[in-house]
Design a protein around this ligand. Sequence first.
Ligand code: NAD
Ligand code: 6OD
Length: 497
Amino acid sequence: MSTQTAPNTTGALVEIKHFINGEFVAGSSGETFDNICPLNGEKLGVIHKASKQDVDAAVAAARAAMDGEWGRMPVAERLKLLYAVADEIDRRFDDFLQAEIADTGKPRSLAAHIDIPRGAANFKVFADVVKNEPTESFFLETPDGAGALNYAVRKPKGVIAVISPWNLPLLLMTWKVGPALACGNAVVVKPSEETPTTTTLLGEVMNAVGMPKGVFNVVHGHGPNAAGEFLTQHPDVDAITFTGETRTGEAIMKAAANGVRDVSFELGGKNPGIVFADANFDAAIEGTMRSVFANCGQVCLGTERMFVERPIYEKFVAELAKKAKNLKLGHYNDADTNLGPLISQEHRDKVKSYYDLAVSEGATVVTGGGIPEMGDLNGGWWIEPTIWTDLPDDSRTVNEEIFGPCCHIRPFDTEEEVIRIANATPYGLAAAVWTTDSSRTHRVARQLDAGIVWVNSWFLRDLRTAFGGSKMSGIGREGGVHSLEFYTELSNVCVKL
Ligand code: NAD
Ligand code: 6OD
């Protein structure tokens, strides 16, 4: 077996090791598990499992980096390293692309337009944010009448644990590592056990640009009673940033309570898409095709609950179904592939169980609902794009996050009604509203319980804006200066004059 960390372009099996203190190292226990390609179920290689001892070594390396050269490095020099990381990801674009599509099965065109460019942008944008951070100071009369100069110093928090999911592996991991490093922290990353390769490749990038040892570390393995839990429970981790399921967030929050560590959580969603009769119909259909089916529905911001105003309801259902039936499932290298497989057998079983549940809850299956025949690719985790109607508001299918290429479409009659049902969920991540009435835009958007409301678009991102969820969809906001709030500690200095 090849011990390379580079992606599987030759058909050779790849051994994914931990990256600790600037070196690729095998796990101390010698235990590994298989990395499987979701496209066809073939083995891509093996992944080392981190023991407690491996996690200790990674955290110790990060702490040493904070106490050493990295902790003392002038900001301008630190930011130069981040720009170099972005450039090196761009230079190795094809390696990252191949690694990401092999781990996830997603279409090459999707990863080439979204995942990999964002991997580089996440370093560049947050270096820019730190470079342009305004400085402020206040000269005030204090309450006792004496003058004082107050100013605040932003300091890195220290060692940050980054726990990331499998749906947009490089994008979501660098979305946290970029600002963490820009602010001067050191990180230990635990990528999803399903998608370890691009995070590992980033270790090669760090070495290539001369990043000091220990600033970026990676440990591999599963969550409970494994690498994820060893990391979040580690007493020398100062803060934890996590993207993943709400249930996992609850477990990590308990771990973070030991030692009162700060958390930033981006969790699950069951997001509404709302289409008013005055919307640009074609744009709403096009946008909904993306918000329901992009990445095979494995996007936390996806709109699994669609609400369409009654005058255009029948036409909308028919047109969306027509387009969904035309989606091409296939190999990531085929230029006309729209949808890849789901990430794993376990996830396919979960999504399929919701397809079956929908039927037992009384759904009309407008299209899909099954497992497609994929010929040579039958060993992969395929599922049909699916649309339901006629489910009751309290059915599990329309209340629980499925994370697959599916949606339920329900008609509505009034603005008040749709706002009420859209908000009737324990989640509060995102919403998409389609209307050409500008007053309605603002009236509806501000009443929706969501961290992000897109109007006449979906997943249109400006990385300087606040991103995060309310209710059970998360804690905190990241993006632009909001990331600085989490990745730094503000210390106020008060000088009596
Ligand atoms: P997951 O919660 O199963 O796993 C995410 C990560 O947490 C993985 O690295 C996993 O190994 C680790 N983990 C699991 N249990 C752990 C534990 N007890 N302690 C420490 N680490 C643990 O999520 P997933 O299945 O990888 O991702 C899909 C979920 O992520 C969906 O619910 C989706 O909505 C959510 N998500 C949210 C956002 C957002 O921005 N809000 C973005 C992407 C995905
Ligand atoms: O674009 C982002 O920064 C982001 N965090 C996207 C999340 C997508 C969820 O699947």
